[in-house]
Design a protein around this ligand. Sequence first.
Ligand code: ARG
Length: 421
Amino acid sequence: MADAKGKRDKVILAYSGGLDTSVMVHWIQEKYNLDVVTFTVDLGQGEDIEAIRQKALRTGAIDAIAIDARNLFVDCFVWPALMAGAIYEGKYPLATALGRPLIAKLMVDAARQFNARAVAHGCTGKGNDQVRFDVTFQTLAPDLRIIAPVREWKMTRDEEIAFVRQRNIPVEINEENLFSIDQNLWGRSCEAGVLEDPWVEPPAEAFAWTVDPSKAPDEPAYVVIDFDQGKPVSLEGKKMDGVALIGHLNKLAGAHGIGRIDHVENRLVGIKSRELYEAPAGVVLHMAHREIESLTLSRQAMRFKSIVAQEYADLIYNGQWFSAFHQDLAQFVLSSQRFVSGQVRVKLFKGNAFVVGRKSENSLYSKSLATYEKGDLFDHDAAKGFIRLWGLSQQTQAQLQLLKGGKGFELPGVLTDKRPE
Ligand code: ARG
């Protein structure tokens, strides 16, 4: 592809600096005749993105971009997901799934800035990540061509190594990785290798953010988390921005062995896959957030919100971040959080987090209604009439249907011939 003046068109390539994406810098130039601009984002994965940028230039990119998007990631992706209670299949706090739409959006911005005609990523053809990238690209910029070399080239690792050797591409070939890893500040995922057998216990090498719970300190640690309208704003009374707060909590909870998740999950593309996650801060914050909600939301709001949480998690997992449906759910979630402020006290001990205290200025908990001691304001007499009406329809149905003809009451679903008299 080239323009009228014979200059080559450009592609923005999501670049991690590993073997795959280094091969891509050349492969795309050769196969598609495009100039490659690499794009690397810091989402708190703990890598030196400037070093990766330099590496891209050495590897043959005509330009290389590195962006620190950690604050944007937390404020616009992680916190909304936390407030929504979005956890996929009740287990996965969605770190990777939240990162992809942001990376894709920033790549579209870069494509506009560089007047590029295409975008490229290194996702395989059987994962969720390709879906998240491609759907975001096609939503935000349907004119951009999407190139996914790994989906196309079908090279083995050895063939990739031969490819870089032939062309003298300066990339250090590390030992073959035991696992496939992805990480950002909200969590780390680990898959493949021995983990492909769901019966095999994850070996110690699979973990990087958490200590083995049996080796965690014998003394528990306590941490107080402050929420303001659903958002965590301080730890131990110390105000900090989201990036710092999550960083601190990852270290603290990880040191107590908290945040290990072993999940056989349902991928969008129809397969089950066994994934190991570490998300110390994610696990603690979701737990604490649910707790401050339990104090400040009505029963009805909590119930409805748990339905929203599932939909929210699915849409994140399935690559639909940039959808009208998401905007609608996000409005509900935001509104639901207006009284969700207060403190939660969490105990961290040998792989487990326990909420041991919670308080809020907006608390719906009334001691004088709940107490069994002096000062009880609950109207016990009112209970009697309430219960008569609450049970009325069930009582009526029993008389008119279930007990008709002098039959006894059939116990539903009891797998025995013996019935209580
Ligand atoms: N299964 C998780 C998800 O779909 C994690 C994916 C990790 N991606 C990776 N390229 N290793 O969000």
